[in-house]
Design a protein around this ligand. Structure first.
Ligand code: SF4
Ligand code: SF4
Length: 435
């Protein structure tokens, strides 16, 4: 049977062998946690603690401002010693709470409720909101908002994204291998919250063991199906996954809810399960630390607020030939200008690349109209024109080429023989004109 997929896309080497056999192990608890008050799309939190205050793990230290916002919790127990401005992966400076770790690992109350699925949809949604859960695939959109679709957008399907199509990253893969029942538990919570009876987990065919384990995990769940998707980047993008799993198309400039679907990432589903069952807030996450430039690739459970430099040191440090470190995957991640910044809720990976794997954007050529970018764009756009209009500063003209339908997957940039930084130019244009 043909595997589920979408039109366009590419096959970059997946490089997952560097870390896929590395089980998830806890990273060292940081001596000093630097926890940003803005780790999500939407309004930053306002501080909920004062300098000198003692806090326990899981205590709220940042309160959300508005509906599209998400609380922030202490990832270590200790004393609040200050508020600082710290860099983020996107290059912005953000306010952060600093906590000196007293190393007691003392928690606020966690309570096991094995009967969590008997809670009402409203109660479960409130647990997701209170736990500060955001999209952990990198988008960081507050999850309770995504699980509150308006009445005029009825949802009938939930899809979990187990594609993890970004090369190198193996965090979601390890969660499916090691915690399949937690993944399913999270999916069932999501299905209950949005009131649907049909759930899918889309997994790329390059993870046959994950397909097998997850298939066993849903053997007694007639409403949940595993879909094996073709290995194709960007299979894990929401619109592509929806096409592959349920053959629906999200309308231009639309959202999954416009075709009756809610998508969530695997890590987010596990966080939702832990919030629903134990009341556990999102204070740690799995981070794949990998790449040819790192000495010991690992999948680490890292407390939010741990400095990336400390995580890298725990993996044996960088090799001498490392030319670039990226937060996230190589296709959609952000190159870091310093390692002196904290891991946040959206840090799916820390990727160290040697010079041989790096393309420098200051050495690009003109568009030679080869059309390769058009062939591979999964959104059916004309990336060449997006890049040319943005390069010339004709940002308004870029809108005529559906600038805002581009979700910056990097597929076009990957194939361009002139090494044109198409995604950078798209981001530049988006920063200059409103949708
Ligand atoms: S791939 Fe590069 S050179 Fe070819 S058409 Fe697209 S932008 Fe132009
Ligand atoms: S980055 Fe944008 S233009 Fe390029 S392939 Fe992806 S969606 Fe298309």
């Amino acid at each position: 049977m043909a595997l589920a997929t979408f039109k366009g896309g590419i096959h970059p080497p997946d490089k997952k062998e560097l870390s896929k056999q590395r089980s998830i192990i806890p990273a060292k608890s940081p001596k000093r946690a630097v926890i940003p008050l803005s780790q999500h799309i939407g309004a930053p939190c306002k501080p909920a603690v004062t300098i000198g205050q003692e806090v326990k793990k899981g205590e709220v230290i940042g309160s959300p401002e508005g509906f599209v916002s998400s609380p922030v919790h202490a990832s270590v127990a200790g004393k609040v010693t200050g508020f600082i401005e710290c860099p983020s992966a996107t290059g912005r400076m953000v306010q952060a709470v600093v906590i000196e770790n007293n190393e007691t690992e003392e928690w606020t109350v966690l309570k096991d409720n094995p009967d969590y699925l008997s809670l009402s949809a409203e109660e479960l949604r409130a647990k997701v909101k209170d736990a500060g859960i955001v999209g952990m695939g990198g988008a960081t959109f507050p999850t309770h908002v995504k699980l509150s679709p308006p009445k005029e957008k009825p949802i009938d399907v939930v899809i979990l994204n187990g594609a993890e199509c970004e090369p190198y990253l193996t965090a979601d893969y390890r969660l499916m291998i090691e915690k399949p029942q937690d993944v399913v538990g999270g999916l069932k919570v999501i299905m209950k919250i949005v009131g649907v009876t049909k759930g899918f987990i889309g997994i790329e065919a390059n993870k046959p063991d994950a397909v097998e384990i997850m298939t066993k995990a849903v053997a007694d769940e007639p409403n949940i199906s595993i879909v094996t998707c073709k290995v194709m980047y960007p299979q894990g993008a929401e619109k592509m996954l929806i096409k592959a799993c349920v053959d629906r198309e999200v309308p231009a400039r639309g959202l999954p809810m416009d075709c009756g679907v809610v998508c969530q990432n695997i890590g987010t589903a596990v966080a939702i399960y832990e919030a629903a069952r134990f009341g556990k807030p999102l204070i740690e996450r799995v981070v794949t630390v990998t790449g040819e430039g790192i000495n010991e690739p690992k999948n680490l459970m890292v407390k939010i607020g741990t400095l990336i430099s400390d995580v890298v040191a725990e993996c044996g440090g960088l090799k001498d030939n490392t030319a670039k470190v990226i937060s996230g995957g190589p296709m959609m991640g952000f190159a870091l200008f310093t390692l002196d910044m904290p891991v946040t809720k959206g840090t799916s990976g820390i990727l160290a690349l040697p010079e041989s794997e790096v393309t420098h954007v200051d050495k690009f050529g003109p568009c030679i109209r080869c059309g390769r970018c058009i062939e591979v764009c999964p959104m059916g756009l004309i990336p060449s024109m997006l890049s040319v209009t943005a390069e010339k500063g004709f940002y308004e003209d870029a809108k005529a080429y559906n600038l805002y339908d581009c979700f910056e997957c990097g597929t076009c940039t990957y194939v361009c023989p002139s090494k044109r930084p198409i995604v950078h130019l798209v981001r530049l244009a988006k920063s200059q004109v409103k949708p």
